[in-house]
Design a protein around this ligand. Structure first.
Ligand code: SF4
Ligand SMILES: [Zn+2]
Ligand SMILES: [Zn+2]
Length: 302
């Protein structure tokens, strides 16, 4: 069977039905990302963006497309931020650093060790908590802080449709709709200059599409899985994958339903008060921000 657009050999079958060859798929992918950027106004005519990058497929796909836009549009200032959590055998930024150098992308690298005094591996030896609960808090904190220090207007992350569908389901299961109000292609219910708005240009691209795109573009990706990737998110990921296999379009339907109710959620949680952490001066929902709370617990077990 040939590509639905031309006579070439297909490389992927999309959920919606068509089979696409390499060239048609690359065009489809980039067009859809650009459509998301324009529909949700993720970029302004003059803008500055820091891309949160790891060495995975999502961040390479995102960095490549945004850099392509920046090369054509002199009014888009692009930088990249990478965070080394300190997970042995997993986080390796060598290929990413080489890629950024070759493509003249200004990359800023920092680490949990440098910023907090210990790596994630060291932290989880001290506290009996799920690694992702520390990793997520520290990562969000540092990305916001670094983006603000770089003086950019936005922080772009590589979250794809699968990631977002998982987060929506997770928040539903945990009964945490407030957290869902901060999801979507552009985040933020609270307008506060200390919070850098986050944009997600890959919001409508599935995991499979992003992996295929990254493979076809030949990005220098080192495939490895975080040894801490287990728990509720993993269970939800498996469940959604199983449902998607049996009922194609499930993940997209989760996203569509969510986008329908998102304006109501944003309205409901828009009056969240933002405080300043008395410890570190960063924006926080409580007197002491979550990062400092974790750091205090870590100090207490020294
Ligand atoms: S799976 Fe958890 S510990 Fe590993 S990188 Fe992701 S959030 Fe961090
Ligand atoms: Zn084709
Ligand atoms: Zn703090």
């Amino acid at each position: 069977m040939a590509c639905s657009n031309c006579e070439a050999k297909p490389v992927i079958k999309l959920t919606a039905g068509p089979r696409l060859c390499k060239n048609c798929f690359i065009k489809y992918f980039e067009k859809k990302v650009i459509k998301t950027i324009s529909k949700y106004r993720l970029l302004d005519k003059e803008d500055s963006v820091a891309v949160a990058v790891s060495s995975g497929k999502d961040s390479f796909a995102l960095l490549y497309i945004l850099n392509k836009i920046a090369e054509k549009n002199r009014n888009l200032d692009l930088k990249a931020i990478a965070i080394d959590e300190g997970i042995e055998g997993y986080r390796d930024l060598t290929l990413l650093e080489k890629y950024c150098k070759e493509n003249n992308i200004e990359l800023h690298v920092t680490s949990f060790k440098k910023e907090f005094g210990l790596s994630l591996d060291e932290a989880i030896k001290k506290l009996d908590v799920k690694p992702c609960s520390i990793c997520g808090v520290f990562r969000r904190y540092l990305l916001n802080k670094k983006a603000r220090e770089l003086n950019v207007k936005k922080l772009a992350t590589g979250h794809n449709l699968d990631d977002e569908a998982q987060s929506i389901m997770m928040n539903n299961i945990k009964g945490n709709l407030e957290r869902s109000s901060r999801l979507g292609p552009i985040t933020g219910t609270v307008k506060d200059k200390r919070f850098i708005p986050r944009i997600k240009p890959l919001f409508f691209m599935t995991e499979k599409e992003t992996a295929t795109y990254a493979h076809l573009r030949g990005f220098p990706i080192k495939f490895s899985e975080c040894p801490n990737a287990y728990g509720l998110r993993r269970d939800i990921m498996d469940m959604l994958n199983e449902l998607e296999n049996k009922h194609p379009g499930t993940k997209q339907a989760v996203i569509n339903s969510f986008l329908d109710i998102l304006p109501i959620l944003k309205e409901k949680y828009s009056d969240r008060e933002i405080k300043i952490c008395i410890n570190c001066g960063e924006p926080s929902a409580s007197e002491i921000c979550k990062s400092c709370q974790i750091l205090n617990k870590l100090k207490a077990v020294n």
